[in-house]
Write a protein that binds this ligand. Structure first.
Ligand code: ADP
Length: 297
């Protein structure tokens, strides 16, 4: 569990993080979204004890980073700022972390295998591609088998295959009951994996929502039927609002997809399509609106 309570951090005149409160619960991937300069990295740096807040708190399982008895076993982080010594091999990089944290050496081999760096493990990390460096950082974060994972723009340097792999890993982690907080300025990277979204702009949280809430919001249920007139009539009798849509489809508001399907079945109406999906781009539109210049203040 991660909790931010009224967190504020200023750099001179800049309020990088301004009264931020939100939490990332266990068992879910929380997407932390915002344009460049919104305050994501600063928020995560405070959480990891790398920057001191002016006020407020950032807690991991109820305590601040400095109060964790074994930080590596509680929280793993993938931040750009995590230096990788170019002259050290990937294996050595992980060995140093493992030794400092008192973790068994076998974890190093396991994590190299997990991030697919076994073959390159003894090469100097300076020669690694951006994607390999990101995977090495991830291996470092996972060494202590922590229950909380924080990733700042992890997609940087990953190709689409690497991204798909990362999504699978994060989803699997959340399914095991761990806490995952994942920042990005690219909505598409987060949209496919996050269960919850926290949107930040100019240091302030402007929206916090679950994926289900977002998808259910006023989007309606899309149906296609050869008997549009009868279905329209039926929906109106139920008090639902009907709107025509692309390609002879209807969008029904005020009912769930199950209710629409059941009503159609009872009336013996054939449906060739029934979907509660939000039309593509819905989150994108919201994100752009919320983070447009000046939107937050
Ligand atoms: P994001 O990660 O969302 O791109 P950051 O947290 O990096 O945003 O930055 C938020 C704001 O704080 C920006 O205006 C940035 O210029 C400023 N900032 C971040 N770190 C520092 C620092 N060490 N010194 C001065 N200003 C900083």
């Amino acid at each position: 569990m991660i909790e931010f309570r009224n967190l504020t951090k200023t750099y001179g005149p800049t309020r990088a993080v301004d009264d931020v409160s939100f939490s990332a619960p266990p068992g879910a991937v929380t997407g932390f979204l915002g344009p460049n300069g919104a305050g994501k990295t600063t928020t995560l740096r405070v959480l990891l004890g790398l920057a001191r807040p002016d006020s407020g708190s950032a807690l991991i399982n109820g305590v601040s980073y400095g109060e964790l008895p074994s930080p590596r076993q509680a929280i793993g982080a993938v931040l750009d700022a995590i230096g990788i010594h170019p002259g050290r091999s990937g294996r050595n990089h992980l060995n140093v972390i493992a030794r400092a944290a008192g973790l068994p050496e076998r974890r190093v081999d396991e994590m190299l295998e997990l991030v697919d760096l076994t073959a390159a493990a003894d090469r100097k990390a300076g020669g690694y591609s951006q994607g390999m460096k990101q995977r090495l950082r991830l291996a470092g974060a996972l060494l202590g088998d922590p229950g909380v994972l924080v990733l700042d723009e992890p997609a940087n340097g990953l190709d689409p295959v690497g991204m798909a792999w990362l999504r699978q890993l994060l989803t699997g982690w959340a399914a095991q009951g761990r806490t995952v907080l994942f920042s990005s300025h690219v909505l598409a990277e987060v949209e496919l994996v996050a269960d919850r979204f926290v949107i930040i702009n100019r240091g302030r949280v402007v929206r916090e929502e679950t994926a289900a809430e977002l998808r259910g919001q006023g989007t309606g249920v899309t149906v296609a039927t050869p008997e549009a007139v009868r279905l329209t009539e039926l929906a109106r009798q139920q008090g639902w609002r009907v709107e025509p849509s692309r390609g002879d489809r209807l969008v029904i508001h005020g009912a769930s997809s199950i209710e629409v399907g059941q009503a159609a079945a009872r009336a013996g109406l054939v449906l060739s399509e029934l979907s509660a999906q939000a039309p593509a781009g819905q989150l994108e539109g919201m994100f752009l609106e919320l983070t447009a210049a000046g939107a937050a203040r």
